[in-house]
Design a protein around this ligand. Structure first.
Ligand code: HEC
Length: 296
């Protein structure tokens, strides 16, 4: 009886063993993010070899509020400059497959199929992560594999990176961009052909990015359009002001909260905080109570 049972098991298992690679690898793999808790910290290079090593980076915040949600970008530069895949795991909180080229498996994010490089030779994936509801330290482990699309693990090579995130109950919210002690918002150039404006501004404290909010000058001031992400470098080229007269400001954000919109002289000449844009424009809620700069 025992021998028959074993034979049945082997026959049943064989097809699985043969088909698993095609299903599991070019269409994603988990447990190989370099996380010491899975497979002893192994990553893609236990099978993939022979290619040039890429540079893999994970960009996101290092201090966040409990329960807050953030998008991190995994970028694979250099290497084969053909295509790439990923595996990202977290020691706490929850990962979400926000990027349409990715899926969730065993709580980790991996690719659905190899993603080709962009015009800069980079493969990037966005990963969404929600912090745990209790304070602590979370590590995100990420492996990025630079592959040559030969349908096999040869001529490829991966690299790993980690992002340590402190999760705290209260975290300072962004202050005012281009505020009193910072570089004011300036138009530094205009492309005569396209009409696009180049801007510079002072980066706000606690900012992970900035937005442009636009209001028509006619009628009561109301933010009606936005460029929801212009980065946190202090300059931005490519703002299309459209036609007609507009007002625009730069506002800092930290991935979830908007900072100060600055002061405006209201009726009676008293300076008050400008009214924020409707949350619908950039899915952002303002937080002035926790601002990292002193309210003027
Ligand atoms: C256990 C061995 C193994 C591990 C570990 C592994 N792979 Fe693979 N991978 C394969 C094999 C075999 C193939 C070829 C078969 C296929 O395409 O599914 C492959 C193919 C791929 C391809 C397509 C390659 C090409 O040139 O066409 C990508 C992308 C990929 N893997 C990503 C990853 C990533 C990312 C990791 C690490 C997080 C990883 N793999 C870890 C075995 C592995």
């Amino acid at each position: 009886m025992r021998a028959i049972t074993l034979q049945g098991l082997l026959v049943g298992l064989l097809p699985l063993v043969c088909t698993a690679p095609a299903l599991a690898f070019s269409s994603g793999i988990t447990g190989r993010s370099g996380n010491p808790a899975t497979n002893g910290g192994l990553f893609c290079n236990s099978c993939h070899a022979g290619g040039a090593a890429p540079e893999v980076t994970l960009t996101g915040p290092s201090l966040v509020a409990t329960g807050s949600t953030h998008d991190l970008v995994l970028a694979i530069r250099g290497g084969q400059e053909v295509a790439g895949g990923l595996d990202v795991s977290a020691t706490g909180g929850t990962l979400f497959p926000i990027d349409p080229g990715t899926r969730l498996q065993n709580g980790e994010i991996t690719h659905l199929s190899p993603r080709n490089v962009d015009a800069q030779g980079t493969v990037s994936f966005t990963v969404r992560w929600t912090a745990p509801s209790t304070p602590g330290t979370v590590t995100l482990y990420a492996a990025g594999n630079s592959v040559n699309r030969n349908f096999g693990p040869s001529g490829d090579l991966a690299a790993t990176t980690t992002q340590v995130i402190n999760v705290a109950d209260t975290v300072p919210a962004p202050g005012e961009a281009a505020g009193a002690t910072l570089t004011p918002l300036l138009v530094t150039g205009r492309d005569a052909g396209t009409g696009l404006l180049s801007l510079s501004y002072g980066v706000a404290c606690a900012a992970t990015g900035h937005r442009l909010y636009v209001a028509a000058l006619a009628g009561p001031p109301a933010w009606s359009a936005a460029v929801c992400e212009i980065g946190a470098t202090g300059s931005y080229a490519g703002f299309d002001p459209g036609s007609g007269s507009i007002a625009f400001i730069v506002v800092a954000h930290d991935g979830s909260r908007d900072g100060s919109y600055g002061l405006d002289r209201g009726s009676g000449g008293i300076e008050t905080e400008r009214a924020p844009a409707p949350a619908s424009l950039c899915s952002a809620v303002q937080d002035l109570a926790q601002r990292c700069d002193a309210a003027p």
